[in-house]
Design a protein around this ligand. Structure first.
Ligand SMILES: [Ca+2]
Ligand SMILES: [Ca+2]
Length: 237
């Protein structure tokens, strides 16, 4: 039986996602296909205890898939599909040898019931004065994503400049019960700045950074981690 720990605003987000998405599995490490645990898993989104594992139907084939993000910094995100295939989303926009670093995460950003993917890639920039053209890709791919994660349509996350993106996190920054996106961009001088992106259907609205949303580069992954715990926590992994 599925068990979740839900509270406060996150319960609202979970309710919306659970009722509209029917996307996430949470039977242990994905559950055995055909088992009761698996059947329950595909009806209720949930995250692992530490928010580093998301059980969801990423490709929209009705089978639960497992997304892992070991450091919750979105740089090592992997998807293990129910059929056995494994994909590293970052490699789609930052192939080996490209010299680019990638970040990726998942949520239903436009609220249509299909899981979407946020992905970014750029040339790593640790300078004190950030390069405005370091970012090469920063976009949302709207579901159904399919096994190739190409998505049904895409929208660019348009900032005034294209600074290097250290990481991405699904969250609910404006507490409306819908998934938003936190984009962590370089701020120079050893800092990472958080920008909250909200969605009007498939239009991405980029927020302004203020002084309260700046973190030291080594510490930003620990300083802000609602991430997949917004989906509610499932047990077993
Ligand atoms: Ca699937
Ligand atoms: Ca969607």
């Amino acid at each position: 039986m599925q068990r979740t720990r839900i509270g406060g605003v996150r319960a609202s987000l979970l309710t919306v996602m659970a009722s509209s998405m029917l996307l996430c599995g949470c039977g242990g490490t994905g559950g055995a296909e055909g088992s009761d645990a698996y059947a329950a898993a595909v009806k209720k989104p949930c995250a692992g205890e530490r928010g580093t594992v998301l059980h969801a139907d990423v490709d929209g084939d009705g089978r639960a898939d497992v997304v892992t993000d070991p450091g919750r910094d979105s740089s090592r995100t992997r998807v293990a599909f129910g059929g056995g295939k494994t994909v590293r989303p970052g490699a789609l926009v930052a192939p080996n040898g490209s010299g680019l670093a990638a970040a990726s995460t998942f949520a239903d950003f436009d609220g249509d019931g299909h899981l979407d993917m946020a992905v970014a890639a750029g040339r790593r920039d640790t300078t004190d004065d950030p390069a405005a053209s370091a970012g090469r890709v920063q976009e949302i791919r709207f579901g159904p994503l399919g096994a190739d994660l190409k998505g049904a349509s895409r929208t660019r996350i348009a900032f005034d400049d294209d600074l290097f993106v250290w990481g991405l996190r699904a969250s609910d920054a404006d507490h409306d019960g819908r998934a938003d996106l936190a984009v962590f961009r370089t701020a120079g001088d050893g800092q990472v700045a958080r920008y909250d992106v909200t969605f009007d259907r498939r239009r991405a609205r980029t927020g302004q950074q203020d002084g309260d949303n700046a973190y030291d580069v080594p510490h930003w992954p620990q300083r802000y981690k609602p991430g997949w715990s917004d989906f509610g926590t499932c047990t077993g992994d």
